[in-house]
Design a protein around this ligand. Sequence first.
Ligand code: NAD
Length: 968
Amino acid sequence: MDDPALDDRIRKIGREIFSRVTESSRFSSPLARLDDAMMAWSMRNERRKSRLFRFVDCLPSLRSSQAIARHLREYLHISLPGFSPVVAAAATLGVSRMARKFIAADDLDHAVKTIAELRRKRLAFTVDLLGEAVVSESEADQFQRRYLELVELLPARLAGFAEDSLIDRDAAGAIPRANVSVKLSSLFSQFDPINPAGTSQAVLARLRPIIRMARKNGAMINLDMEQFAFKDLTLEIFKSVFTEDEFHDWPDAGIAIQAYLRCTLDDLKGLAEWSQRRGTPVWVRLVKGAYWDFETVVAAQNGWPVAVFIDKAQTDANFESAAAFLIENRHLLRPAIASHNVRSIAATLAHAQRCGAKPAEIEFQMLFGMADAVKTALVQMNHRVRVYAPVGRLLPGMAYLVRRLLENTSNESFLRAGFIDRVPEEQLLMSPILRKRRPAARPIPAFTNEPPVDFSLQSSRDDMARAIAAFSAQGRAEVPLLIAGQRIFTDQWIESINPSHKSRVVARCAGASAEHANQAVAAAKTAFAAWRDVPAEDRARLLDRVADILLRDRFELAAVEIAECAKPWREAHADIAEAIDFCRYYAWQMRQLASPAGADVPGERNRWLYESRGPAAVIAPWNFPLAILCGMAAAAVVAGNPVVLKPAEQSPLVAFHLARAYEEAGAPPGVVNYLPGVGEEVGPVLVEHPDVAIIAFTGSRAVGLSINHLASEPRDNQDHVKRVIVEMGGKNAIIIDEDADLDETVAGVVTSAFGYSGQKCSACSRAVVLTGVYDAFLARLIEAVASLKIAPAEDPGCRIGPVIDAEAHRRILAAVERGKRDARLAFAGDTGPLADEGYYIAPHVFADVPPSSPLATEEIFGPVLSVISARSLDDALSIADGVQYALTGGIFSRSPANIARARREFRVGNLYINRQITGALVGRQPFGGFKLSGGGTQAGGPDYLRHFLMPRCVTENTLRHGFAADAE
Ligand code: NAD
């Protein structure tokens, strides 16, 4: 602290608060002490703590005593056979009691009683409505109704209370008694910063009536702040609505700002300037922030910079600076300081005194059920304290409860330090600047995934919009073949159509004939002689350069994918990032494999090495138009095998960009040949060609199996066995257990089943649901699916775009028609006016699907989901495994035993537990299936590259006439 006088003052105030806290704690009830003791018990062992909280988290979803007893056994190893109803009841009672400590009320009447009690203690309040995550528009409507009810009824119910000037007035006069906190994500199920305009519009349509009603009845509205990705948009919506004519002079509006963000002060400055222009101040609730774990995990998983401070002391220091800023600008931003940390509170008070702020100008806020002694101390010192009071039913409140428990017991928690670990007062009051730690150095991993584009940033959205505009201004592209470095136009054209707007031709591409295919193989064969001897390091560098080029052009490429394949923004970028990852990953792998290994014994030297195989035909699908083609090609090329790229007919332009990237990166002529053409015509020529040594294919089962068959037969002049790598389709299932978290399950199933309109080999096409949750799951699922926006792929709000082409459109609709004979069509969306514009198919959900019907066993490759009921986990596993495919699968469950069984018995190439089943990342989730889904050659994993190489072993006897010489 660079201001010793201020620091002295802070410590003095802090000591005063502590002495009052000690005084009032002496009178705390035995029950409160019991809670503290329980909390302390759970914390003594981190594993126990985490298991206990996980049990608490899933308890409300357990529907029988047996289920509760089983989970107690699985999580806490508490086992009392024969007594399960008693144990279950006791556990439920204990957790409910804990929940009631933090959840103020379950309905309005109860809330009014709690508020009356708070007022008796001279405490103000703000209501926070607890609820499930909003996954559908009908749930957003319900939330809006609950908010409206609050702001309509609460003020009248509170009007009868006698005024208490400490809490009902501030320095400027009366303030509303009814105070409601609103989460914007609860007002729109598709809240997404990628689409700020659409999100604002939908949120505002539901928010305005709430504000209007609040204003009419004299209630205050405070917007809560959620995860960092939503922050800018939340601020924007706040500023925009409170600038509107109807609300610009309304003083009873506020917003929360989080001090754990590095950008807190910039945001506060922006708000202050805006408030100045507006002419009426707003409230700012300054909090530390409740999503720290989430933010750090999301940043680590995506390779994004971390928006929050890693060191808690930095957050505390930032909080003090932000509080000081608010106090200095209190005529614009009225400070509501929300913290339980005595040091933070004392620092605020010391700064306020120094600035001559009146006590009534600053409000303190604390959570219901936490730090009650600190609240009492502040009230005694004549400060206004507002209690953040969550209201709602226990079930949806459980997530809130677990957050509070974690907060109370985290190693960084002030409450834990102060009230449980009994850290000395002077240490607790120490300036946070003195507590700062040095960050630990992190080891640099050998391979890292390319971070996805962050569309919560305005700059990313602008770049994407510009690239789309630039691409559509270019007009139709004309694409040649590329053989041995020569551009060749043919007399056959393949048109690639924009699936979102079928009258638009994206590109005209030269179509290869059988003769061209032979030329391309000849070019690859010629190039092979030299390419196989290029040092592995140089071949790896070529891939690194290709990765750099793709990265440089990522927005341009995404614009091509959006137009040519109707990939929505995020999906297009994910495809490009994956292509970049493949290049870098296989380059890294090749460097490892290049140094020969061996097991020597005295007198004998053994060297194992990898040799290139020969020309490779790379035959790719359109659904990951860059990544899959690029991945197969990169593996071949870096292993020393020249390639003939045969892209799908639907995506030749994206593929041409890859061929050009190799050219620009300096690939010698003939190493990468580009041969767009009709699969049935050129495909078999490549497959059967005697000089083709490797066939890397990804696509449908029918084509994959025919390739496998054709390639097995040696032709004239063929002197090798062809290596065939086939990755084919799937009929992927997600099992939904009775104790699954439905918020996450519904979101995970929707993303897995309908992302890119279900046109992913990993897509979920079967939801296998245990009977206990079947109805609840299906009802929420249908509402969620009905809320997905159907739009052209270039629209950032697009959740369901068109399918790839006319043929797929016809095939999928026919499957739907056929499906109606076997099962109940529970939901069919409507494409509305888009029906004639492109190949749109609305999402479809079939329910009560017989597990062996074609609907439940054959790949459809479109936005069609079959929901199947299962009596037990045994039943669910046998349904899930009972198809000819074994590609991806998933389970949502909170039972450790059931998860363990799924790990073992749900036999698929990629199994995902409690998350979506799409979106495998190179190096993290090697991807590929078996049975009739593929040959078990997982791409992007440690084994893949070996399929493109021929292992050899060289053994040398180093013994010469009885003495062991070193080999040369
Ligand atoms: P597809 O089989 O129709 O086409 C794939 C490629 O094969 C195209 O380039 C096509 O031109 C070519 N081809 C067609 N007939 C051929 C023949 N007779 N000989 C040689 N090549 C021929 O598949 P698609 O519609 O492009 O892709 C969708 C399918 O791909 C789905 O079944 C999906 O599950 C599967 N897929 C699997 C994976 C995986 O990793 N397992 C990944 C993506 C897609």
